[in-house]
Design a binder for this molecule. Structure first.
Ligand SMILES: Cc1ncc(COP(=O)(O)O)c(C=O)c1O
Length: 391
């Protein structure tokens, strides 16, 4: 308890319950594992393959070559050029270095972009379920966090009607995530066009979180940033955390209209004062060289999805929602009579740690989320324990 007359700012109160509380089951599992309990951890999305050697070589070589000085505030020219090339190729439009901004990971890109776009009095529309940090990203700015209820009936694909219903005069940004965490839903071009029409009608920005772009099993990637009608209101953010199994490098970026990126740069420079040149070199290399890490991970995740599906096939309680993409699978546990949180807490005593759906919003509260980042043998054992828990 604070007995001092000193106070912290309201941002700390707004964020107080949005951080580690969402990961309570995960931290409890880690504590128990450390104490010697046999628990299979299917909680967070940590790639289970190493960061590719060629990227480590570039990072260490670059560090030894003296690339340890201050970086350019916008990002190192080599990285901005690689981003301009990637997004020009992807969109078929001329994307320039002025459209790009380097960030230490997608998380920072999301938070700083949001700070650059909204403030108290504004509202940000966030399709629910949503990635666990989004509420903090929005609330840190003082803006209202407005969940847009999606439905399990269509695999949690956001519809224009659902979005339209949630829009108010204060709505300023739609925070879109496709492929989506935790559902794995991947929006098609026509779905994004229809959602985009609502964004145009109400003059909304679209912040598009695209970290799972290279991990799609069903459907094709589409970004509003690649569409002629939407790119001028879109800021796309991503990183090499998932695509190159490199989350610890904190190597991310944002791309959007040049004028807006210039404004957001001032927020970014205030918070970061640039990044690490050797990580910029590594990220540029990752973006401009062929690499099969995402393919290897994607094939493994697809095999693991099948392991879980066949393990649960005869079970009346565990109803998996097959993901289009990503490294997670949602499982509906309504038939257990428990909500996802109670289910996850009790399952921990049976040797499996999963995330409660409620960590990802209200619409996922009857689900649990399983991470696909353990090998097939261990995953099959986890599935066996889950089936036995429900019997
Ligand atoms: C949807 C989504 N966005 C952002 C992130 C964070 O990515 P980064 O490591 O690039 O900050 C994650 C990580 O799990 C995620 O699932």
């Amino acid at each position: 308890m604070n007995t001092s007359t000193l106070k912290t700012a309201s941002i700390t109160a707004r964020l107080a319950s949005l951080g580690s509380e969402r990961w309570a089951v995960h931290f409890d599992a880690r504590r128990r594992i450390k104490a010697g309990q046999d628990i299979i951890e299917l909680t967070i999305g940590e790639p289970d393959v190493p960061t590719p050697e060629h990227l480590l070589d570039v990072a260490t070589g670059s560090m030894r070559a003296g690339r340890t000085r201050y970086a350019e505030g916008r990002g190192e020219p080599v990285l901005l050029a690689a981003l301009a090339e990637k997004y020009s190729q992807r969109s078929g439009r001329q994307v320039s270095v002025d459209n790009a901004l380097a960030f230490p990971g997608t998380q920072a890109a999301l938070a700083i972009t949001m700070m650059g776009l909204v403030e108290a009095g504004d509202a940000v529309l966030v399709p629910d379920p949503y990635y666990a940090t989004y509420e903090g990203v929005v609330r840190s700015t003082g803006a209202d966090f407005v969940p847009v209820a999606m439905s399990a009936d269509n695999g949690f694909h956001l519809t224009p009607e659902q979005l339209e219903k949630a829009v108010t005069p204060n709505s300023k940004v739609l925070l879109l995530n496709s492929p989506h965490n935790p559902t794995g839903a991947t929006l098609s071009r026509s779905e994004i066009e229809a959602i985009g029409a609502v964004a145009i009608k109400h003059d909304l920005w679209i912040v598009s979180d695209e970290v799972y772009e290279p991990l799609i099993y069903n459907g094709e990637f589409c970004s509003p940033f690649d569409l002629e009608t939407l790119w001028e209101r879109t800021i796309a953010v991503s990183s090499i955390s998932k695509s190159h199994a490199a989350p610890g490098f904190r190597a991310g970026w944002g791309v959007g209209p040049a004028w807006a990126m210039r404004h957001i740069q001032s927020v970014s420079e205030t918070l970061l004062f640039g990044g690490q040149p050797f990580i910029a070199d590594m990220t540029a290399h990752a973006l401009s060289h062929r690499d099969n890490t995402a393919q290897v991970m994607g094939s493994a995740y697809q095999r693991r999805i099948q392991v879980l599906k066949s393990a649960f096939a005869e079970n009346e309680v565990l109803r998996p929602l097959e993901p289009d993409a990503g490294m997670f699978m949602l499982v509906d546990v309504t038939a257990s009579g428990l909500d996802g949180e109670s289910f996850a807490k009790q399952l921990l005593d049976h040797g499996v740690a999963v995330m409660p759906g409620s960590s990802f919003g209200n619409q996922a509260r009857h689900f649990i989320r399983l991470s696909l980042t353990v090998d097939e043998t261990l995953l099959a054992e986890a599935a066996r324990r889950m089936v036995s828990f429900t019997n």
